[in-house]
Design a protein around this ligand. Structure first.
Ligand code: SF4
Ligand code: SF4
Length: 339
């Protein structure tokens, strides 16, 4: 198959709803990129980061004959007033972004296969062993900032990525990361409440509140980090909010990114969610990853960290809960009110 024209692939990507698209050669990634991060323990207990390392580093193991890695990005920034005080990270306030980006990638693949029958593809959105930010950087779409986020010129870091491998070449490839625009700035490092940013765009997941509020479902959040959770229940946007490169965000028009009703709930309401309310508000959003008890546990930590006196009655009730993480979080939060 002769090389595919990137101009028409770009048009197609735009037609299915992506904001940016980039192309990189499917060449192996140096092992130190992944290994140094995992070996230093920065992946916390996200064992899956170190698993399937060979495939992460060489996508030709995922798709035999892989020639090209296509990176798609969607801007997701919204500042709807009804979600202005939401303790949920921006990306998680609307419909689950995985399904949004997956639907768009599916439409792209379908159109691609109609035009180029027989073309082989392998894609994923935060799934599959692919190092999305590495591919995005190689495509020239942006670079990884000191806050560990992928930063684009037009949308700052308010972007979500999807990756598609092709077994065909394209006519033009990106030439490595865009120029680093962080310069001497260190705002994100200075603003991170838990010191999770360890330099060179690396994030120590063990200390990152994004990890602690989403992925750490099985253990208690260390006390030193709980006290920084006063307005965070799911994810953390602090190192993006302070970034000067995010000063001119572009409003994401797609209704897929519009906040859902759950983004209108305050910390108290999230802490006191009943199973019925959970079933009403959470399915179909990314919050489902934290699960019912994880979400409530986080909200309870947030009430404790904020020493929210009006929450006392609710916390007393929750301190007798059958769920261990919820009960012990409520007991801790009550101690904060007393201190
Ligand atoms: Fe720190 Fe929050 Fe950024 Fe994690 S997401 S590195 S906790 S500021
Ligand atoms: Fe770079 Fe400053 Fe933004 Fe951090 S806050 S990512 S150092 S520009």
């Amino acid at each position: 198959m002769s090389s595919l024209p990137t101009a028409s692939l770009r048009q197609l990507a735009e037609a299915v709803g992506f904001d940016l698209v980039g192309f990189s050669r499917a060449e192996p990634i140096p092992p130190e990129v992944l290994c140094s991060w995992v070996e230093a323990g920065y992946a916390a207990d996200m064992d899956w980061m170190g698993e399937r390392a060979a495939e992460r580093l060489d996508v030709r193991l995922l798709l035999p004959g892989a020639k090209t890695v296509v990176t798609f990005a969607n801007n997701y920034y919204r500042d709807d007033p009804e979600a202005a005080d939401s303790p949920i990270a921006r990306y998680a306030r609307g419909r689950d972004y995985h399904s949004t980006l997956r639907d768009r990638m599916k439409a792209f693949r379908k159109a691609l296969q109609e035009t180029y029958p027989g073309i082989g593809t392998y894609g994923g959105v935060d799934s599959g062993p692919m190092m999305e930010k590495v591919w995005a950087a190689r495509s020239g779409m942006g670079y990884v900032g000191k806050n560990g986020c992928f930063i684009t010129e037009r949308y700052g870091s308010w972007v979500l990525l999807a990756t598609l491998i092709l077994d065909a070449e394209v006519d033009v490839y990106g030439e490595g990361p865009a120029a680093d625009r962080c310069g001497p700035c260190r705002r994100c490092l200075l603003s991170c409440p838990t010191g999770a940013l360890v330099g060179n765009g690396r994030v120590d997941a063990r200390a990152c509140l994004s990890y602690q509020t989403i992925e750490n479902r099985n253990q208690e959040v260390p006390e030193a980090f709980r006290v920084a959770m006063d307005s965070l229940v799911f994810g953390c946007d602090i190192c993006q909010d302070v970034c000067p490169l995010n000063r001119k965000p572009v409003f994401a028009e797609s209704p897929r990114f519009a906040p859902r009703a759950v983004a209108g709930l305050g910390v108290m309401e999230l802490a006191g969610l009943t199973p019925e309310q959970y079933a009403q508000f959470v399915p179909g959003t990314a919050l489902a990853r934290a699960r019912y008890d994880g979400l409530r546990r986080n909200a309870i930590y947030a009430l404790g960290a904020a020493r929210h006196e009006q929450a006392r009655a609710l916390l007393e009730k929750l301190s007798g809960e059958s769920s261990e993480p919820v009960r012990s979080a409520a007991q801790w939060a009550l101690l904060q009110l007393a201190s």
